[in-house]
Write a protein of this length. Structure first.
Length: 84
């Protein structure tokens, strides 16, 4: 915890400046910013499903590229049609 006490004849601006410097040096602010929004870790099953989805989409895109009919619209259609 960062604590800053006001010195004799010190202005409030310099006190705030010392406080912000102490906060930056203590590395508290980046730690708090990382904890601001909690995100739950994905389970192994979900990670595997996402990986399989990427592989399927990639194979289908490669197949279309080899056929010479690959477009961005076709890629969107592939992503819609492949189930997780």
């Amino acid at each position: 915890m960062v604590e800053v006490r006001k010195k004799d004849n010190e202005t409030s601006e310099s006190l705030i400046r010392r406080f912000t410097r102490a906060i930056q040096q203590s590395k508290v602010l980046p730690k708090v910013r990382n904890q601001r929004f909690f995100t739950k870790k994905k389970s192994k099953r979900v990670l595997k499903q996402n990986a399989l989805y990427r592989v399927k989409v990639g194979k289908e895109a490669d197949r279309l590229k080899r056929m010479g009919i690959f477009t961005e619209e076709k890629l969107r259609d592939i992503k819609k049609n492949i189930k997780l």
